[in-house]
Design a binder for this molecule. Structure first.
Ligand code: SF4
Ligand code: SF4
Length: 348
């Protein structure tokens, strides 16, 4: 099995994965308990699917994944392309959202590993956000990285701007040593969060998190939280950008080429998301992570960004949206922003 593991590692590197590790399949008891406590506190907000899949998340042997699972191969792909889009004025997209959608790309990269495992008589299935699984817990157990106080997986040498893929297999591969937390006394991420979303280290109240609010949450965003969303149209990188592990130049630059920002984002600003109809949104969001939010949520987010801009030149488009957008949530949010900008002294 040592030879198979070495062959898999070599194949993973050829496929563009910057790190690979192996964890033995035994219950993730502590991680599953943390998930249940998190759900019990309601920190998942309206992500009902998190509660619905809680039982199977910590168990890769559940019938929907692989009952014969003995090992989890964890693969890390850095996505922090050095070039960030300067477009979207105003408005910002989280780094991972500026490039192409990663699911199909990473899924395809796992195929040769599964073929090799199957050639050795093993069963194998990939999981790239496509199955409920505790990816970060598996990554820590496989020695790839540790879960930082910002609740992200941090891979020393790569930082936290990484995407995780799992290959679950019936092969009993030699496991790697788990990695323990290496944050030390640092608390930069906890204090930098604009919406004070961390209730404790590694415990995020998603209901206050800009990533959740702008991507996952449908419906109106609580007005008290809107000013702290600032310029974020989709996602938020603040608790990762302040992390010292993301300051050093990573060694995974070669594998970030596939995640270069899409040119379309430099053509747009928040006003455009407020003007788009479903058809235009469909064109712009195709094959990008932004599609997940949908036209209505992106228009809602755009209205908030414009309302936070302190720039009254955005009032005409906001007034138009407050009157004419087909969605009531967008109309209400646009009116909130009209009121916010109108209340400003004439500064701009
Ligand atoms: S993503 Fe942004 S809002 Fe969410 S916890 Fe991190 S800093 Fe806070
Ligand atoms: S900013 Fe500091 S505390 Fe937060 S994850 Fe990074 S090292 Fe850990």
């Amino acid at each position: 099995m040592d030879a198979l593991k070495a062959a898999l590692a070599s194949l993973a590197s050829q496929q563009g994965f910057a790190r690979v590790g192996v964890a033995a399949v035994t219950p993730l008891t502590a991680d599953a308990a943390r998930l249940h406590a998190w759900l019990g506190a309601g920190h998942h907000g309206s992500m009902a699917y998190m509660a619905e899949t809680a039982e199977v998340r910590g168990d890769v042997t559940h019938p929907g994944l692989l009952p014969q699972a003995r090992s989890v191969i964890v693969l890390a792909t850095p996505y922090a392309h050095p070039q960030l889009s300067e477009g979207l004025q105003p408005g910002k997209l989280a780094r991972y959202a500026q490039g192409r959608d990663y699911h199909a790309l990473l899924y395809d990269r796992t195929r040769p590993l599964k073929r090799l495992l199957r050639a050795h008589g093993a069963l194998a299935r990939s999981c790239v956000d496509t199955m409920p699984a505790l990816e970060r817990a598996w990554a820590a157990r496989a020695g790839l990285g540790f879960v930082g106080k910002n609740a992200c997986i941090i891979v020393p040498g790569l930082g936290s701007h990484v995407l995780l893929s799992l290959v679950v297999t019936s092969a009993e591969l030699p496991p790697d040593e788990p990695m323990q937390e290496r944050c030390g006394s640092c608390t930069l991420c906890l204090t930098a969060c604009p919406t004070r979303a961390f209730v404790a280290p590694r415990v995020l109240d998603a209901r206050r998190c800009i990533s959740y609010l702008t991507i996952e949450h449908e419906g109106p965003i609580e007005p008290a939280l809107r000013p702290d969303i600032g310029n974020w149209l989709f996602g938020c990188d603040v608790c990762q950008d302040v992390c010292p592990y993301n300051k050093t130049k990573g060694d995974g630059a070669a594998s970030t080429a596939a995640f270069a920002p899409r040119g379309r984002w430099s053509e747009l600003g928040a006003e455009d998301f407020l003007r788009m109809d479903e058809q235009v949104f469909d064109q712009y969001s195709r094959q990008t992570p932004v599609r997940r939010a949908g036209r209505v949520s992106m228009a809602r987010n755009a209205a908030i960004v414009l309302g936070n801009s302190r720039d009254k030149r955005h009032l005409p488009v906001l007034r138009w949206a407050a009157q004419h957008d087909p969605d009531a949530v967008v109309r209400e949010t646009a009116q909130w922003s009209v009121d916010r900008l109108s209340a400003l002294e004439d500064e701009v």
